[in-house]
Design a protein around this ligand. Structure first.
Ligand code: FES
Ligand SMILES: [Fe+2]
Length: 446
C-alpha cells in the first residue's frame, strides 16, 4: 500500500540558504567580528620559517614568516605597493622584502624601505602593510585579528599547563564550514554509531554504550556530561566548549574498567575558519600519564602533526573505498556540504547539545562586546572541567542501575569538580580527586 511519505523525492526542495549569521566569518560579519575578539591559532610553529608561508584565515589572505632572529611576522599577503604576493618575498633580518620592487616591511607591518624612491621618501611614514600581533605557545602560532585596542592577554587556561603534561601541536584541514566541525564537540551521541557500530571501533568498546546525557550552559561555557555503566563501574565524561570556537576533549581511550578520578584532557583545539567553506582544526594533543595510561599505548605521538592525527578518520587522506567502509569524523562532517544548511535539518533530542551550542553562539553575537563572560578573554587564570572519572559502584555487582541513577552520579561529579573552581593547580586537582574518591556514591543510586 502506498503511504504519503513514499517516493517524495521530487517534493523535497533542497535549495535553502545556510545560516550565514553563524557560518560566515569574513570581516564585518557578526561572527567574523566575534572571532576577531579572541586569540586564534593560525599555524604550527614548525611551518613558519624563513620561507614565507601563505595562510588564509577568516577570509583573509595572509603571509607568515620568521626572521633570523626568530621573530614571527603575520600580515596581509598583497603588498601595499601594487599587490604582489609577499609569499614570493625574501625574509631578511629586519622583516620581509617584496620581490617586485623591493619594499621592506618589519614584523609590525611598518614600511622600512622603498628602495626605488630614495632615502627621504615620505612613503615610510604614510604606508604600512597591515600586520597582526602573534604569540607562540607550545609549537603553535596564535594571532589576534581584532582592533589593536581590543587585544586581550593570552588566556591562561589551567589545562594548557598541567604538570607532567606533554603538548603536541597539530593542524587538520576540513574542506567545509567551521561550524559543522566545531559543533561536533557537543554531539557526543554520534560516537555510538560513527565510532562504534558503523565501521570499526575507533576508540574503545565503552564508547558504544548509550550513555545518560546532559548538556549544560554555565559561566558562558557549554559542557556535556555523559555517564555509562561499564560492568560494576560508572564512567562519567565531561567535555566543554567556549564560544566561538574552542573545545576540550577528555581522554580518548577510556575503557571504564579501572577507577580513575578527574583524569584530564586529550585534546585542546580551536576550529579556525580559512574562509566560509574551509577550516582548520588547530590544537594540542595532550600526553599525560593519567590520560594516556602506560600499557594502553593507544596514543601515537609520531602520527600527530600537519594534517595528521593519531585517532581514526580525522583527515581526508584515505582511499575512497576505505572512507565508505569505515567512515570517520572527517567524512561525516565534510559530507554535510561546504556549508551545512540548518533549514534542511530535522533536529531531534540527540541534537540538544548542537542546538545549545548554536544558541550560545548567537547570544555572544547579540551581546555588546565586553558584556560577555568568556574564559578566552579572562584576565585571570581559568580552571577548566574537562575530564573522565570512573567510579566503582558499591555492592552493585553488574546489575544495571537506572538512568536516573546515572544522571544523579554525573551531576554530582560535575558539582564536585566545579566546587573547587576557586582553588588552583595541583592542589585543586588533589582536592577534586579526594572528594570524588571519598564520596558515598550509594546515595545517588536509586
Ligand atoms: S608590489 Fe611590492 S614592492 Fe611593488
Ligand atoms: Fe567523532
Amino acid at each position: 500500500m502506498t503511504q504519503a511519505a513514499d517516493y517524495r523525492g521530487y517534493n523535497h526542495h533542497t535549495a535553502a540558504d545556510p545560516d550565514l549569521e553563524l557560518a560566515s566569518t569574513k570581516q564585518g560579519t557578526p561572527c567574523g567580528e566575534l572571532f576577531r575578539r579572541f586569540w586564534q591559532p593560525v599555524a604550527m610553529s614548525s611551518r613558519v620559517t624563513s620561507t614565507p608561508c601563505a595562510l588564509d584565515i577568516l577570509g583573509m589572505k595572509l603571509v607568515a614568516f620568521r626572521t633570523q632572529a626568530g621573530e614571527v611576522g603575520l600580515m596581509h599577503r598583497q603588498c601595499a605597493h601594487r599587490g604582489a604576493s609577499l609569499e614570493f618575498g625574501r625574509v631578511e633580518s629586519r622583516g620581509i622584502r617584496c620581490s617586485y620592487h623591493g619594499w621592506l616591511y618589519d614584523c609590525r607591518g611598518r614600511l622600512l624601505e622603498a628602495p626605488l624612491e630614495g632615502a627621504n621618501s615620505p612613503l615610510c611614514r604614510t604606508v604600512d602593510q597591515g600586520a597582526f600581533p602573534v604569540v607562540e605557545k607550545g609549537g603553535l602560532v596564535f594571532a589576534f585579528f581584532g582592533a589593536a585596542e581590543d587585544r586581550p592577554s593570552f588566556p591562561d587556561l589551567e589545562s594548557l599547563a598541567i604538570p607532567g603534561d606533554e603538548l603536541l601541536p597539530y593542524a587538520l584541514h576540513y574542506p567545509c564550514n567551521w561550524l559543522q566541525v566545531h559543533e561536533n564537540l557537543m554531539d557526543p551521541l554520534h560516537a555510538i554509531y560513527l565510532h562504534s557500530k558503523i565501521g570499526e571501533t575507533h576508540f574503545t568498546k565503552a564508547w558504544g554504550e548509550i550513555p545518560a546525557i546532559e548538556y549544560v550552559e554555565r559561566s558562558g561555557r557549554i559542557y556535556y556530561l555523559a555517564a555509562r555503566q561499564i560492568g560494576s563501574n560508572v564512567w562519567v565524561r565531561l567535555n566543554e566548549v567556549a564560544a566561538p570556537n574552542f573545545g576540550l576533549i577528555a581522554g580518548l581511550w577510556e575503557t571504564g574498567k579501572d577507577e580513575c578520578y578527574f583524569d584530564r584532557v586529550s585534546i585542546s583545539r580551536w576550529t579556525v575558519p580559512i574562509d566560509d567553506e574551509n577550516c582548520w582544526i588547530i590544537g594540542f594533543r595532550h600526553f599525560h600519564p593519567d590520560v594516556e595510561k602506560p600499557g594502553q599505548g593507544l596514543g601515537r605521538r609520531e602520527l600527530i602533526g600537519y594534517d595528521s592525527a593519531d585517532s581514526y578518520g580525522q583527515t581526508g587522506h584515505r582511499p575512497y573505498e576505505e572512507m565508505q567502509a569505515n567512515p570517520g569524523d572527517w567524512e561525516a562532517q565534510v559530507s554535510q556540504g561546504r556549508i551545512a544548511v540548518h533549514a534542511l535539518e530535522h533536529r531531534c533530542t540527540s541534537d540538544r547539545g548542537v542546538v545549545l551550542l548554536r544558541n550560545n553562539l548567537k547570544k555572544f553575537l547579540r551581546r555588546a562586546p565586553g558584556a560577555e563572560v568568556n574564559i578566552l578573554r579572562s584576565p585571570s587564570p581559568i580552571n577548566t572541567w574537562t575530564s573522565n572519572t570512573v567510579i566503582r559502584l558499591p555492592d552493585s555487582g553488574t546489575a544495571r542501575i537506572s538512568g536516573e541513577s546515572l544522571v544523579n552520579i554525573m551531576r554530582r561529579v560535575a558539582e564536585i569538580i566545579q566546587s573547587h573552581d576557586e582553588e588552583s593547580g595541583v592542589q585543586r586537582t588533589e582536592s577534586v580527586r579526594d572528594e570524588l574518591r571519598t564520596e558515598v556514591w550509594e546515595r545517588y543510586v536509586r
